[in-house]
Design a protein around this ligand. Sequence first.
Ligand code: ADP
Length: 397
Amino acid sequence: MKVLVVNAGSSSIKYQVVDMTDESVMAVGLVDRVGIPGTTLDHSPAGKDKVTIKKDLPDHTAGMKLVLEVLINEEYGVIKSMDEIGAVGHRVVHGGEEFAASVVIDDAVKKVIKDCFDIAPLHNPPNMMGIEACQELMPNVKHVAVFDTAFHQTMEPANFMYALPYDVYEKYRVRRYGFHGTSHFYVAHRAADMLGKKYEDCKIITLHLGNGASMAAVKDGRVVDTTMGFTPLEGLVMGTRSGDIDPAIVFFLMDKLGMNSAEANNYFNKKSGMLGLSGVSNDLRDILEAAASGNERAKIALDVYYNKVKGYIGNYMAKLNGCDCLVFTAGVGENGIDIRENICKDLDFLGIKMDVEKNKVRGKEVDVSAPDSKIKIFIIPTNEELVIARDTYGLAK
Ligand code: ADP
């Protein structure tokens, strides 16, 4: 069976076609600027050159229609007809408390995804547009939802409850959910393989460090804790998100800067983090370069970034009562040699010792711990699309 994996954002659609006979990727692509003038589709069929198509598209249905046309194109397509696609897997950010695993999408599932619009206003509505567009164009196959929150649903109240009046949890579902679950799930399983242990017997700390960033503590196959919370704003310092701050700063700055709640939301999600602190960029490559040429704010920003991650490593080692391995993944985690080295520096008291020579590698699955490190340090490129394809295949076949 071939599975189409779809990740629909507010103005973009990412897709992959995966052949489940050998889990090979037949094509990857991105439709960008959906609904905005200047729409482009970049399509990369395996073993062939990338194709770029420019065509303004009004909405996600038009975007998906173009994707399907491209997939069956004689020249650069990868399948003969749409009948070859046996199922579609959709990335859905928020599944609330209802979903701890992937599910076949029916009306009841769609209602739950819609019920989460309130708590995931930036993500679930475009995810739903992607689902509805695909269902309209491919009504005869199963559609599966794979949730970013699902993996974290094993968290206990001790780590998912906020110390707020209890009724805001009951009335408004204010609790910690965690995100990037599909990525944490994938790398935690790979890490168990690399340890040569059963996944259910491992204590693993996963570090998904991308533009958005989160960590998770996994014990006996369950998520004990994760850094993102009610929304992806909590936790680590990110490209443009502040991560943990004193919540009083929010209402203090709303007063000082005359912001309403939407503006404050934008301020802490889009203007803060490494961008706000360094004044250079949200991209750690630019900040490393600026720091190397003497930019003080860039240096401070990096130190704040490292310290926040180190703090959570200690936190999670306490909560797990030990740890078998740290796993670095996502753009920064897979490629940021200096970043990984600085995070792991001076953690030998905790049994974490990096081999800095082995660490000089990008995007490879590798053990970079020193031989006498009690705790292994792995780099594992993430593969969320493969998890979505596998779950979809498992539920659809
Ligand atoms: P997201 O999916 O959250 O948009 P990614 O996981 O693709 O993000 O990560 C993108 C980020 O990875 C970039 O913003 C950049 O900061 C970081 N990155 C990529 N390559 C490097 C590198 N060589 N060194 C440090 N950071 C890097």
